[in-house]
Design a protein around this ligand. Structure first.
Ligand code: GAL
Length: 676
C-alpha cells in the first residue's frame, strides 16, 4: 500500500473552502425528485455529495450484470450543477443474490451462530469469495468514473468494521493463523508470547489455533488481544485491495470514513491513518454519555491526531437526532452551529451530513436529514440553509492548523486490552480515563493533541498518560526519555503494567519494582484496592476519587496528597517526582472532574502552558492559524454571555472587533486576527 502522511498526498482536497456535504441515496427515490433535490442542494450551498455508498444491488442487480444508468444520470446531474462527488465504491453491503449464491461469505459470531442478511455489512472480512465479487464491482465503478471531472474523492466501502469487525468462521481462522505465523515465526514464540503453559493451552502446531470462540472460562487474554489486532489488520488489508483496484483507473484521492467514537472500538486507526489520502471521520453526538459535547471535542482532536495535524473531513454527522440510540434527542437551538464549529475549530475542513433527504422507508426513516419529511417549510431546512451560508463565511479558515502544547496519549490496543475479562475492576477503562484527563485540560482552556504511544513528544510541555495498561518497551522508553529530557508527565492509575503481549512488566529476580514507570515516578504499586460501584474515597486535600485506589510505595517521589478515608487512609494517592530534568506526577485514583480540573490548573501552570481562556468547561476556545492569520474560535455552550480580548474581523457576523469579542450565551464566534 502507499504510505504517506495523511493530508499531504491530497493537500487541497477541500478546494480553499469549508466543504458542506451530505450522503445522497437517490436509489431510494423516484427519478422525478432528483432534479428537485439537486436544485435544493444548490440553494443550501452543498458542495460535495457522497453517492453509491449502498449502491451494489442497484448497479449490479444480478451476478455480473451491471446497470449504471441511474448512477450515470445522478453523476451528470451533480456535475452540471457544480457539485463535487465523493464516490462510494458501493461494496459496503452485498446484495441478496450474492449471499444466496455464496452463504459462506456470512459472518460467524464467537458462539458459532451466523449473522444473516437483512441488515447491512453481513460479510466476513477474510472471505476470498466476498472480496472477489467486491473488487470486481470496484473495478467496474473505477473504470467508469475514475477520471470523471466531478469525482473529487473515493469513498471505499463504508465505516469498515461498524458491524462485521470480528468474524470467527473457519476462513477467518485460517487467515488468523497466517497472520500469527508472520508475527511470531515459530509456534514456540507464540506459546511464549501467549503464556500457554497456563491452563494447559500449549499449541503443538499452527493448525490447533482457533479464533477466540466462546469458551466456558475466561479466554487467554493474549490470544484475544492478537485476534483484535488481526481483525483490524484484516479490514485494513481489505481496504488496500479496493485501493489497488481504484488506482488502476484513477488518481483521485482515496479514503474511507473512520468511526472515532466512544462506542465503537474495533479498528486501530493509528495503523489505518498512514494508508489514507486524507482522514475522514463520522461523528454523532452520543446522548448516552454525561457530556456528549466533551466527547465530541476529544473525538475531533483525536481525528486531527490521526491526520497528523492536517485538516480532516467530517464525513458524516446528523443535523438533528439520530435513530439508533435508545432515546434520539433532537438538537437544541444553536447546538448544530456549536457542534459544527467545534469540529472546525479542531481541524475539520469539511462538514458532511447523513443524509440529504429523510428516508421514507427502511431502518433509518426516523434519522434526521437536511431535507426532512416536513419539507422545506421546516426548522431543520432553514438551519441547513443557514449552515451553508455560515460555512461559506468560514472559508478563510480552510487549510489552517491547530497548535497544542499539551497531549493526551491514547491507544486502541490498551483500550482493547483493558476491555478483557478477569481484571481487578471492570470499571477501569482506558478511553474513559483519557476522556477524564482531556476534560480537565479542556476545562482549563488548554488545547490538546491526542497522540499514540511511541509518538515524538518533544514539542509538548505536558503529556498525560491515562490508564495506559499495555505498551511496548520502545513506547515506554519514549515516555521515560521525554521526562528525563525535561518533559512533564501525568500518569494515572493502571498504566505501564503490561507489555504488548499483556505480560506483567516485572523483574523475576525481584531486583526492581514492577511497571514501566517505577523509576520515572519514584513510586510503584504494591497492591490494588479497586472501589465498589458508587463508592468513593476522600483525599486529604479535599479531592474525591472513585473507581480505584491502591497501595503506592514511594521511593524518591514527594507525596502531594494521601487517601483520607477507607482502608487505605494515610497511604499516598498523588505523588510527584523529579526525573532527569523533568517531572512526573502519579494519580492513584479516578479524580472527580473538579479535583482533576484544579490539579490540572496547577500542572499546566508549572509546565508553562497558558490556557487560552479561563471560562471552564462550557466555553470552548481554540485557535487555528495559517501563516500570519489566526482564527480564534469561541463556542459558548453556557447560558451566560462571555467576552474575550481580540481584534479583527468576526467571520460569523462580518462585524469588525476593535478590542473585545462578545460571545452571547449559546453562540459561536470566529475572530479572524491578522497582523497589522
Ligand atoms: C453511519 C452510517 C450511515 C448511517 C448513519 C446513521 O453509521 O455510515 O450509513 O447509518 O450512521 O447515523
Amino acid at each position: 500500500m502507499e504510505r504517506h502522511q495523511p493530508g499531504q498526498a491530497a493537500s487541497n482536497w477541500q478546494g480553499d473552502s469549508i466543504v458542506f456535504g451530505c450522503d445522497y441515496n437517490p436509489e431510494q427515490w423516484p427519478a422525478e425528485v432528483w432534479s428537485d433535490d439537486v436544485a435544493l442542494m444548490v440553494e443550501a450551498g452543498i458542495g460535495m455529495v457522497a453517492i453509491n455508498i449502498f449502491g451494489w444491488a442497484t448497479v449490479e442487480p444480478r451476478d455480473g450484470e451491471y446497470d449504471f444508468s441511474r448512477l450515470d444520470t445522478i453523476v451528470e446531474l451533480l456535475h452540471e450543477n457544480g457539485i463535487r462527488i465523493n464516490l462510494g465504491t458501493g461494496t459496503s453491503s452485498a446484495p441478496p443474490w450474492l449471499s444466496t449464491k455464496h452463504p459462506e461469505i456470512l459472518p460467524v459470531m464467537a458462539d458459532g451462530t451466523t449473522r444473516w442478511p437483512g441488515g447491512r455489512q453481513a460479510w466476513c472480512p477474510s472471505s476470498p469469495v466476498f472480496r472477489e465479487y467486491a473488487v470486481r464491482l470496484v473495478g467496474k465503478v473505477a473504470e467508469r468514473y475514475g477520471a470523471h471531472p466531478a469525482v473529487a474523492l473515493w469513498h471505499v466501502s463504508n465505516e469498515l468494521g461498524c458491524h462485521n469487525a470480528l468474524c470467527y468462521c473457519d476462513v477467518s481462522a485460517a487467515s488468523f493463523r497466517r497472520w500469527l505465523q508472520s508475527r511470531y515465526g515459530t509456534i514456540e514464540r507464540l506459546n511464549d508470547a501467549w503464556g500457554t503453559s497456563f491452563w494447559s493451552q500449549r499449541y503443538g502446531t499452527w493448525g490447533e489455533i482457533l479464533p477466540p470462540r466462546a469458551t466456558l472460562a475466561a479466554g487467554n487474554p493474549a490470544h484475544v488481544h492478537d485476534f483484535e489486532r488481526f481483525s483490524s489488520a484484516e479490514l485494513l488489508d481489505y481496504y488496500g485491495q479496493e485501493l489497488a483496484v481504484i488506482r488502476t483507473a484513477s488518481t483521485i484521492p482515496v479514503t474511507t470514513n473512520f468511526m472515532v467514537t466512544a462506542h465503537i472500538r474495533t479498528q486501530d486507526y493509528w495503523r489505518w491513518a498512514p494508508e489514507m489520502d486524507l482522514i475522514a471521520n463520522d461523528h454523532y453526538l452520543d446522548h448516552r454519555l454525561e457530556h456528549p459535547e466533551r466527547e465530541l471535542s476529544f473525538s475531533a482532536d483525536l481525528t486531527r491526531g490521526l491526520a497528523n495535524g492536517y485538516p480532516w473531513m467530517l464525513m458524516e454527522t446528523a443535523i438533528s437526532a439520530v435513530s439508533w440510540q435508545p432515546r434520539n434527542i433532537a438538537k437544541t437551538p444553536g447546538e448544530l452551529t456549536r457542534t459544527v464549529a467545534s469540529h472546525i475549530a479542531r481541524g475539520a475542513d469539511a462538514i458532511c451530513f447523513f443524509q440529504w433527504r429523510a428516508s421514507r422507508q427502511g431502518a433509518e426513516k426516523f434519522h434526521s436529514a437536511l431535507l426532512p419529511h416536513a419539507g422545506t417549510d421546516s426548522k431543520i431546512w432553514r438551519e441547513a440553509v443557514e449552515l451553508g451560508a455560515l460555512l461559506e463565511r468560514l472559508a478563510p479558515v480552510a487549510g489552517s492548523r491547530v497548535e497544542a502544547r499539551a497531549a493526551v496519549m491514547f491507544s486502541w490496543e490498551s483500550w482493547w486490552a483493558l476491555g478483557a475479562d478477569s481484571h481487578p475492576s471492570q470499571d477501569v477503562d482506558h478511553l474513559r480515563e483519557a476522556h477524564r484527563a482531556y476534560a480537565a485540560l479542556r476545562a482549563n482552556g488548554v488545547t490538546t493533541d491526542i497522540v499514540p504511544p511511541g509518538a515524538d513528544l518533544a514539542d509538548y510541555s505536558l503529556v498525560v498518560v491515562p490508564a495506559l495498561y499495555s505498551l511496548s518497551g520502545t513506547e515506554a522508553i519514549a515516555i521515560n526519555d521525554y521526562v528525563a529530557a525535561g518533559g512533564n508527565v501525568i500518569v494515572t492509575f493502571f498504566s505501564g503494567l503490561a507489555d504488548e503481549e499483556l505480560r506483567m512488566r516485572m523483574d523475576v529476580t525481584r531486583a526492581k519494582p514492577p511497571g514501566a514507570f517505577a523509576e520515572m515516578l519514584g513510586a510503584w504499586t504494591e497492591e490494588f484496592f479497586p472501589l465498589n460501584a458508587n463508592e468513593s474515597v476522600v483525599l486529604d486535600d479535599g479531592s474525591r476519587g472513585s473507581i480505584w485506589s491502591e497501595v503506592v510505595r514511594v521511593t524518591t517521589a514527594t507525596v502531594l496528597a494521601r487517601f483520607a478515608d477507607g482502608q487505605l487512609a494515610g497511604h499516598p494517592a498523588i505523588v510527584s517526582n523529579a526525573f532527569g530534568t523533568g517531572r512526573a506526577v502519579y494519580i492513584a485514583t479516578a479524580l472527580d472532574d473538579e479535583a482533576f480540573r484544579s490539579l490540572m490548573a496547577r500542572e499546566v501552570m508549572a509546565a508553562g502552558i497558558a490556557g487560552v481562556s479561563s471560562f471552564g468547561s462550557d466555553v470552548e476556545v481554540v485557535v487555528r492559524s495559517k501563516g500570519p492569520d489566526r482564527f480564534l474560535f469561541v463556542i459558548n455552550h453556557s447560558a451566560d454571555d462571555v467576552s474575550i480580548a481580540g481584534t479583527g474581523n468576526e467571520l460569523t457576523t462580518g462585524e469588525s472587533v476593535a478590542r473585545t469579542l462578545a460571545v452571547p450565551a449559546g453562540a459561536v464566534r470566529v475572530l479572524h486576527e491578522q497582523p497589522r
